[in-house]
Design a protein around this ligand. Structure first.
Ligand code: SF4
Length: 308
């Protein structure tokens, strides 16, 4: 299964997810990753998922679903590692030229001209830039050897110059690692040169791969937002209820399993994604717990359900 959702995305509305690499294949192993530890750290590009199979599944899903507000390349790995991404983007844009396609990327491969060409058809590129100094980059993102913060900055800079896609840069704040005045000043200075359309300040919302990672307090996020001026900066807030679904019974169970295999969810998340009450979401989750297919992890923000 390469397609998931639609899920309410905090910035893209009701978004149909496309996962082009197996979980968790990524050039980095970020301490804040919500998909768990990276199992294969690599920058090798290849058809990790066969683009023809991804397109076939997309066709099937788009026929039965209400039109999503966005189709987003994301998931539990780095989408640009799939050398067939351009083919899948080409299919989506030829099927529905006006429907937005977005790409969430860690920016590791953007220095590569071929990668920038492959993704040139997307409407919105959202690369992450959470560190500019190599030392902080290594502590927060634990990249594979040879990957540099300056290379990522250069890739985003080139994309900004060459591409007509909207560029929204995400800065993920991990208190105690990248929120000190020096690093924040470097990030701001770099972004002022890149001139993205928007800056998204983000912080932890679900369990991180390292349990010691905590979200930045709201007041600190607000302070950073003001500091980023004159950059157009938003703090990413949890999604509002969007009521996507009409699934019931075993279809609903499969939908929930598909979603939480990619990211841990609370009953509130399930209720928002599938348009059911929280009580109903809890009943489905309890059944899945009883069947031993999922487990629960208690966190400050609530009970997060995860796939076994
Ligand atoms: S947050 Fe993104 S870049 Fe970092 S490890 Fe997770 S998937 Fe990879």
């Amino acid at each position: 299964m390469y397609i998931f959702g639609p899920v309410p995305s905090r910035r893209l509305g009701l978004s149909l997810g496309v996962d082009l690499v197996p979980s968790k294949v990524c050039p980095m192993d970020c301490v804040y990753c919500e998909c768990g530890r990276t199992t294969l750290r690599t920058s090798v590009r290849k058809p990790w998922a066969d683009p023809a199979l991804v397109i076939a599944e997309l066709k099937e899903r788009l026929e039965v679903l209400p039109e999503p507000e966005c189709v987003t390349f994301s998931g539990a790995g780095e989408p640009t590692l799939n050398s067939g991404i351009g083919e899948v983007i080409g299919f989506l844009k030829s099927r529905s030229p006006d429907s937005p396609v977005a790409l969430l990327t860690n920016g590791a491969l953007l220095e590569d001209e071929k990668v920038r060409k492959d993704i040139s058809g997307v409407d919105i590129v959202i690369p992450t830039l959470s560190a500019v100094s190599q030392e902080v980059f290594e502590r927060i993102s634990r990249p594979e050897p040879g990957l540099t913060a300056s290379g990522i900055v250069e890739g985003i800079r080139k994309l900004s110059r060459e591409s007509s896609s909207r560029l929204w840069v995400e800065v993920f704040i991990v208190p105690g690692i990248n929120d000190d005045p020096r690093e924040v000043a470097l990030i701001r200075e770099t972004l002022l040169q890149i001139e993205p359309d928007k800056v998204h300040l983000n912080t932890l919302d679900r369990p991180a791969s390292e349990p010691w990672v905590r979200p930045a307090p709201t007041e600190r996020m607000e302070e950073l937002r003001r500091y980023m001026r004159p950059l157009d900066t938003e703090i990413i807030l949890p999604p509002k209820s969007m009521g996507a679904g009409k699934l019931r019974g075993s279809e609903m169970e499969s939908g929930i399993l598909e979603l939480i295999s990619r990211r841990p969810c609370t009953p509130e998340d399930i209720s928002q994604v599938f348009g059911v009450s929280e009580k109903e979401a809890e009943t489905y989750l309890q059944e899945l717990l009883n069947s031993g297919r999922i487990f629960v992890e208690k966190r400050e923000r609530g009970d997060f359900y995860k796939i076994k």
